[in-house]
Design a protein. Sequence first.
Length: 377
Amino acid sequence: MSAPHTLSALLEPAQAGRLVVKVGSALLVRDGTARDQWLAALAGEIATFRQAGRDVIVVSSGAIALGAKRLGLPAGGRGSLADAQAAASVGQVELARLWSRSLDAHGLVAAQMLVTLGDLEDRRRYLNASATLGRLLEQGAVPVVNENDSVATEEIRFGDNDRLAARVAQAAQAQAVVLLSDVDGLYDRHPGEPGARRVPVVEGVTPDILAMASGTSASGVGTGGMIAKVEAARIAGRAGIALAIVDGRPDAPIGAAREAGTGTLFLPRRRDNARKAWLGGRLSVAGKLRVDAGCAAALADRASLLAAGVTQVEGDFERGDLVAIEGPGGERLGQGLVEYSSEECRAIRGLKDEDQAARLGYTPRAAVIHRDHLVRA
């Protein structure tokens, strides 16, 4: 099933398909207290989608904000990693209760899923998460997903639920993602600046679109910001999934956005196969390979990455790790699973096939990154 190609179609309850709705902390929690009326209205919208035969998955923030209030922690529970983990442990119980109660009022069953970065970066665990989501939806449940902040660290976490929502959409084979935000879409500059204009439709994430994004959250409560939302659109787009940024502040925000015609819709420009979409959406790279202009041109033509084109190696990685690929000016070209360790890559960088065996002491492999294990940016 193809992704919706207009914002009104994406937000239409009767639109067939599977939808991921992301809810940010600033929308769900105010001063450490849940916005019960707002949540009840959103649960009603989810029920309308379900009655129309549309599957819905919720990706919900709010655990840290709720837990910080209960524990009396400063800075909304984000003063330190230990505070955030403690707040999440307490707040996740309350968050699950809120969603269970709100959805139960409409005869819907909420299913809690806590995931870590590794659950969606490791292929086997990713497939396990995908199977669980599929089974829950088959049984009519509404999965409520959140990052497991009680065990996540700064080094191994998504850091925002926008990109998590896109990865969940990939795993669930959804057709669309709605990011409920504290702004009503992507603007061509910071929305607070005079003359700022909302961009209604984006056909693929380009460097120009990334340049429009601001790295700060308007509310100061969440951890995303527009850059994270645009990155989420890029991840979703790899799998042919449309993504919308919608103003989540009104009651019943999805219906309000549909009626007002606001928001920004990102249309996917490509549809990678399932494995390449997963690979391209991975966030944690072990190192970087910089290549020359000739190699960059070959990669654009879907060639494998050969040692002769590598000019620089960064990081400490092993064979099979994910590494980023950069062009001669440092621009991101893609990422892939490397066939050599970082030490071996340094030994053979710039060498042609016939010169690599003497340096390695064994017959070289066909490529540093084979095209079957490489995705372009």
